[in-house]
Design a protein around this ligand. Structure first.
Ligand code: IMP
Ligand code: MG
Length: 184
């Protein structure tokens, strides 16, 4: 695989800005979930860095769980609208205050389907926290309760988000120069 520096177009959100915004989101969550039964659900795999940094700043007793859904495969850059559960939650969410933690809302199909599936399991409340919102690309309306950044319609990678499954480890969000990137 190529070194990301060969195709990085620009650093859209540097590490310090990401972390500062995550601190603000955590403060909002701390205020809103006082006395509640907060259960954060991370959608794998893109949401892991975000969850890990966010939960360190959530100063309330809470639990976490993971689920994986697949919306499209390697190489494809567009949601199909078809989402299936690839890995289900370990725990029952009945009576819990569920906060879905996502890396990015793009077309909206993934979150819309996940919300629909989870609502049938009767959580006490169900909200969405996304780090990134590619609002221009929305095809289906989804409620976003906590939003890190609204970003332009560009393919981004880093901080959990992959480019053909690589580069999730980077501590910033970058955009790709498609002329310089060679897919595997
Ligand atoms: P949606 O169903 O179209 O909203 O897509 C959501 C999923 O697509 C996210 O959870 C990401 O895994 C992936 N995705 C969408 N845009 C990007 C991007 O710019 N970079 C990396 N992954 C993306
Ligand atoms: Mg992905």
């Amino acid at each position: 695989m190529q070194d990301y520096r060969n195709f990085l177009e620009e650093i859209l959100i540097p590490t310090d800005k990401l972390q500062a915004r995550i601190t603000e989101l955590a403060e909002q969550i701390n205020a809103d979930y006082q006395g509640k039964n907060l259960h954060m659900i991370c959608i794998l795999r893109g949401g892991i860095l975000f969850l890990a940094d966010l939960m360190r700043q959530v100063d309330l007793p809470h639990t976490i769980d993971f689920m994986a859904v697949s919306s499209y495969g390697t190489g494809a850059r567009k949601s199909t609208g078809q989402v299936r559960i690839a890995l289900d939650l370990k725990e029952d969410i009945h009576d819990r205050d569920v906060l879905l933690v996502e890396d990015i809302v793009d077309s909206g199909y993934t979150i819309a389907s996940v919300l629909e599936m989870l609502a049938t399991r009767h959580p006490r409340s169900l909200k969405v926290c996304t780090l990134l919102d590619k609002a221009e690309r929305r095809e289906v309306e989804v409620p976003i309760d906590y939003r890190g950044f609204t970003i332009p319609n560009k393919f981004v990678f880093g901080y959990g988000l992959d480019l053909d499954e690589y580069y999730r480890n980077l501590s910033f969000i970058g955009t790709v120069n498609p002329e310089k990137y060679q897919p595997p």
